[in-house]
Design a protein around this ligand. Sequence first.
Ligand SMILES: [Zn+2]
Length: 122
Amino acid sequence: MGGRGQFSENKFNGVYEWFTVRIIVGKKYAAKILDSNTKHKLPEESHSPNAIYARLNEKGKIYQVRIYENHIPVYDIDITHEHSPFGKPHVHKYENGKRIAMEFNDHFKDILDDLGIDYDKK
Ligand SMILES: [Zn+2]
């Protein structure tokens, strides 16, 4: 499903093209899995105000989920790499221009579970 529908927009970053690989829909949340021909990081702005985007690694596994509010990132859930002392998955919160590491708590667990995204169960 989905195909490689392109939704590149100049306001994102001018040059990078983003592709929707797949849309996953849970009971409460929906997320777009994005790919890009040039860039490995998720967009700094979302298309719709409150969005969830995800990226795949080379093995085709979702490694990062980014949650946006009012078009800007508020949380990243990093699924596949360790971040001491939080391990994996862990979360980064965007606050006053900083990206602060924090615990993967029930709220984020709920999001991944709802979307059926695989992660190391603790
Ligand atoms: Zn991290």
